[in-house]
Design a protein around this ligand. Structure first.
Ligand code: NI
Ligand code: MN
Length: 226
């Protein structure tokens, strides 16, 4: 699998003939080197929650490419009303798609969707366990540290994508604890430096998590072969 960091909490996963995006916040993302129009062939989009820095360009990209969006039932309903192809799931549920297996994990956070000054119910936020080929990636979504992460040890996570920016999510201290719970082979820090209140030092995280997992700090636009 080729895993590309798109900046903030946005990632692209490519395996076999499939391209899957997670939380494609591109427009307005000061970290990303990409434009929304750069994503021409997208098969699926996974949306962790309704906040603008995650649902991002989901409607635009899915509308243009015909990608199916995988999200909780509430966000799926909201997207379907906007003409987007969806596959609704919910926390704890798993499903085998043509590209691989997806399981929704809980996240401690909010999920409302803002559109044109109106706030919609985005249900319960989630994270994703995604297995494509023989590689399992865990994207935690926005979340605080939680004991539920200890359950992920049994999922044999190859790469964990974890927020380190604090304020809205785990900070470096709690992300290091999360790595000790999940025991992934590799970990990539995300959700930091995009806004003033989430400034964090990925090198500090790397130093402190080094004994627990292989830490890969990706610059926006960089890829990891796993
Ligand atoms: Ni959020
Ligand atoms: Mn966020």
């Amino acid at each position: 699998m080729k895993l590309t960091f798109l900046g903030h909490a946005a990632f692209q996963m490519e395996s076999g003939h499939y391209t899957v995006l997670i939380d494609p916040f591109i427009t307005g993302n000061g970290q990303t080197p990409f434009k929304e129009a750069d994503f021409r062939k997208v098969d699926y989009i996974l949306a962790t929650h309704g906040h603008g820095d995650h649902i991002g360009d989901t409607v635009k990209i899915a509308g243009r490419t015909g990608a199916t969006v995988v999200a909780n039932a509430e966000i799926s309903g909201w997207l379907a009303e906007r003409g987007i192809k969806v596959h609704a799931m919910h926390i704890g549920g798993a499903y085998r798609f043509p590209f691989g297996r997806v399981k929704l994990t809980p996240a401690f956070h909010g999920s409302s969707i803002e559109e044109g000054g109106t706030r919609y119910d985005g249900g319960f936020p989630c994270g994703f366990l995604v297995t494509m080929g023989d590689v399992t990636v865990y994207h935690s979504g926005d979340t605080g540290l939680m004991l539920e992460m200890k359950l992920l040890e049994d999922e044999h996570v190859d790469v964990a994508l974890l927020p380190i920016g604090g304020n809205f999510t785990m900070d470096v201290d709690d992300a290091v604890k999360a790595v000790s719970f999940i025991k992934p082979k590799k970990v990539v820090p995300m959700h930091y430096d995009t806004f003033d209140v989430i400034k964090a030092d990925p090198a500090e995280f790397a130093a402190r998590a080094a004994s627990l997992a292989e830490v890969k700090i990706l610059k926006p636009g960089e890829s990891l072969e796993v």
